[in-house]
Design a protein around this ligand. Structure first.
Ligand code: G3H
Length: 256
């Protein structure tokens, strides 16, 4: 019955929350790998959760991806939060424009009435270019904002899939394969134990900055992301919240 199904999902969410050791897991019905509307449901749940956290002057770092884009669509467009500042968590030009952190930051600002800060930089810089970029005042300003982040909202991807999607360099692909990367979030690649095995050489939020943000919300669904979600949460702060779907949650439950 419908009620039994809901209880099933609530139990699943509870089991995941305990296993991942985080403060909350929200599970929407069905599997976003099988129906795109499920991703919109994840977006809707995450949007409501975010709105509950949009209080006062809050600096919100946002990443890219299709799940993040789904949140932007579901935010109420009442421009009720003019003191919010959305910060693109990474330069990230490797992604499709609509899914870049910069685009998401501006979409969030448009809906909420807040402001936004973008960062347009290639995803893959040479060591020399990276060192030089870091000295640029505009980049330094971004780095200072990352340091003051109150809330981070980010997607989680499969390592290999993300490497392909971002037209990664040979060096990157090699590091990812040899390092046994399973998941990717905000430009960091993690192995099955949650250790960082590679980091995209581009300006962006640092893992330490994500880890010290008071509110951290991860959005990722679909059964194909089960291993990636498990890998990422091996090393994520306890106060993290995950918004996911039944497809991912069921598969994680089978794996644990
Ligand atoms: O870093 C992870 C990716 O941005 C996730 O992208 O939501 O389109 O799967 P996605």
């Amino acid at each position: 019955s419908f009620m039994q199904k809901l209880t099933g999902i609530a139990d699943l969410a509870d089991r995941l929350k305990k296993h991942l050791g985080i403060s909350d897991v929200i599970v929407v019905p069905l599997d976003s790998d099988k129906a795109v509307t499920v991703k919109h449901q994840i977006g809707k749940e995450a949007a409501r959760l975010l709105e509950a956290n949009f209080i006062g002057e809050t600096k919100v770092a946002v990443t890219g991806g299709s799940t993040m884009a789904a949140i932007a669509k579901e935010l109420k467009g009442d421009k009720a939060y003019p003191s919010l500042q959305f910060i693109a968590a990474r330069g990230g030009l490797g992604e499709d424009v609509l899914h870049q952190a910069n685009t998401i930051a501006s979409a969030f600002a448009e809906k909420t009435g807040g402001s936004f800060k973008t960062l347009y930089l290639p995803d893959h810089l040479s060591e020399e270019a990276y060192a030089m970029m870091m000295k640029e005042p505009l980049i330094k300003e971004m780095m200072d904002l990352y340091e003051q982040t109150d809330l981070v909202v980010h997607g989680i991807g499969n390592a290999e899939e993300m490497a392909l999607r971002r037209q990664s360099t040979e060096e990157e692909v090699q590091m990812i394969t040899e390092g046994g990367a399973v998941s990717e979030a905000f430009g960091y690649y993690f192995d099955a134990e949650g250790n960082v095995v590679y980091r995209i050489r581009s300006a962006g939020i640092q893992l330490e900055q994500v880890h010290k943000a008071p509110v951290i919300i991860a959005v990722a669904g679909g059964h194909s992301k089960a291993k990636a979600i498990l890998s990422y949460f091996k090393n994520a702060p306890e106060r993290s919240v995950l918004v996911t779907d039944e497809g991912a949650a069921t598969e994680i439950n089978n794996l644990i």
